[in-house]
Design a protein around this ligand. Structure first.
Ligand code: BG6
Length: 487
């Protein structure tokens, strides 16, 4: 008897028949309508854009900077308050996106559109009605919704009063909000991502709600808030599985997998330890249900004391996540001479080209990291984000010849196909983003990722009209042929 006759050989060169081709976006970058439905402001709304100071990630404000932005909004331009007006255009936008032949649509719910201050006694009926309508429409178009419950848009009120997830009151408020929305959307949504990119804690205000100058030890505060997020996610999974046993919950990582810059042993050790503390730790806890030894050692060696409440470790152990959601854009390396353990402190890989923001292009890195993650966790994988940001303009034919985007996504899909052929279970690919929208990090419009061009500029000027780019038709062919064509 031959092994290959009795064991299941992964398919070569193909995607599973039920593969979910999709697109991904977020409320904070698209919806706008920042004060409609009784919505409260989020910390993302306060990320201003200043044409004198572009292309840099901003938003980790001090308390005074937050208060100044609230008191004197007239001194600033806040692109995320406007977004691309998706709150009003969602029906037409979804109809356009359905032309892509996609099967999945990922977006997030804005907490403060449901609870304006995050912890109000009563939710906003208008806010809930909007999301019921949005996801009904997604379903009506035959798409599978994938819903992020928190996409780095902490209600300002919770950040100012409680330092966000640093507080257990905010954990309770989040679980209450998430449970309400899971209940209201239970007939429409199956795939949930409790929090976007749980390992992306660099900008602590948006990811965790921590106002950085109000805590003594910022690193310790961030890890405490991460612990609280672990508890929050586990409680949400527990509540969700009671509402509907079919619900699936994802542990979401931003890919920071960093190879050593050289084969110097010090680089290799830094790579191992940094990958542990900036990547693996988060999903180790969420999949294995316990804190790994290397993390406990790191906390002790770095004077980080995490406060745990009775029942925390049990709820984490009993409510692990079902799948890995991964956002993958670029990859970097680490050098012991130049880099520390901090997220965002890396060396550019000299073998790779980069976009104007220094985001390198490395499709092989996707194959590589997927292989590691599958080996480590054996959990099905959703590519929750992958895409290419570029400065673009409409040409005379009212389109954009974005061949570089086609090249980028094509090469990443080939890497994905290879990973699948090597046994990695990937069930969905969601391209970031269907339409151009406000950049999360730099709050610019000019960093465009869409298959659809949106006529808005960095300062909010423009008609807001939508125009298909060349990549639109290409991605449509890929989806229609289940990846047989276009790659
Ligand atoms: C991901 C975020 O980390 O990166 C998205 O989840 C974001 O919200 C994407 O848009 C790309 O980042 P940026 O800053 O180019 O918009």
């Amino acid at each position: 008897m031959k092994l290959n006759d009795v064991a299941e050989v992964p398919p070569r060169g193909g995607f599973p028949e039920d593969f979910l081709w999709g697109v991904a976006m977020s409320a904070k970058q698209a919806e706008g309508a920042a004060t409609e439905d009784g919505r409260g402001l989020t910390v993302a709304d306060l990320q201003d854009y200043n044409p004198q100071d572009t292309m840099k990630v901003k938003g980790d404000f001090t308390r005074d900077q937050i208060l100044e932005r609230l008191e004197h909004p007239e001194h600033y331009w806040f692109p995320k308050k406007q977004g691309i007006d998706f709150r009003h255009t969602y029906r037409e936008d979804l109809a356009l996106l359905a032309e892509l032949g996609i099967k999945a649509f990922r977006t997030s719910i804005c907490w403060s559109r449901v609870f304006p201050n995050g912890d109000d006694e009563k939710p906003s009926d208008e806010g809930i009605a909007f999301y019921e309508d949005l996801f009904s429409e997604v379903r009506r178009l035959g798409l599978e919704p994938i819903v992020t419950i928190y996409h780095d848009d902490m209600p300002v009120s919770l950040a100012l009063r409680f330092n966000g997830f640093l507080s257990r009151h905010v954990v309770d408020a989040y679980v209450w909000y998430a449970t309400l929305m899971m209940d209201r959307l239970r007939m429409l949504v199956r795939y949930w991502i409790p929090v976007n990119q749980i390992n992306l804690t660099r900008v602590g205000l948006s990811s965790l709600g921590i106002v950085r100058d109000t805590v003594d030890n910022l690193e310790a505060a961030k890890f405490q808030a991460v612990h609280n997020k672990f508890v929050a996610c586990a409680r949400v999974a527990e509540a969700g599985r009671t509402i509907c046993p079919d619900f699936k919950f994802g542990s979401m990582l931003a890919d920071f997998y960093q190879a050593p810059a050289t084969c110097c042993p010090a680089d290799m050790v830094l790579s191992t330890e940094k990958n542990q503390m900036t990547m693996f730790f988060f999903s180790d806890v969420q999949f294995r249900g316990e804190y790994p030894g290397y993390a406990l050692r790191y906390f002790e060696d770095n004077g980080i004391e995490i406060q745990v409440e009775p029942g925390d470790l049990e709820v984490i152990a009993d409510n692990t996540m079902d799948y890995l959601a991964l956002s993958y854009y670029n990859s970097n390396v680490v050098s012991a001479d130049k880099n520390s353990m901090a997220i965002g402190d890396y060396t550019l890989n000299p073998y790779l080209k980069a976009n104007p923001w220094g985001w390198t292009v490395n499709p092989d890195g996707l194959y590589d990291c997927l292989t590691h993650y599958w080996d480590r966790w054996r959990k099905p994988i959703l590519i929750a984000e992958n895409g290419f940001g570029q400065v673009e303009q409409l040409d005379a034919n009212d389109t954009v010849e974005d061949d570089y985007r086609v090249d980028y996504i094509r090469e990443h899909l080939k890497a994905l196909r290879k990973a699948i052929a090597h046994g990695v279970k990937v069930f969905s690919y969601c391209a970031w983003s269907p339409l151009d929208m406000v950049s999360s990090g730099t709050s610019e419009m000019r960093k465009r990722y869409g298959f659809v061009y949106v006529d808005l500029d960095d300062m909010g000027g423009g008609t807001g009209e939508r125009y298909k780019k060349k990549s639109f038709d290409w991605y449509r062919r890929v989806c229609a042929s289940n990846g047989e064509e276009g790659l």
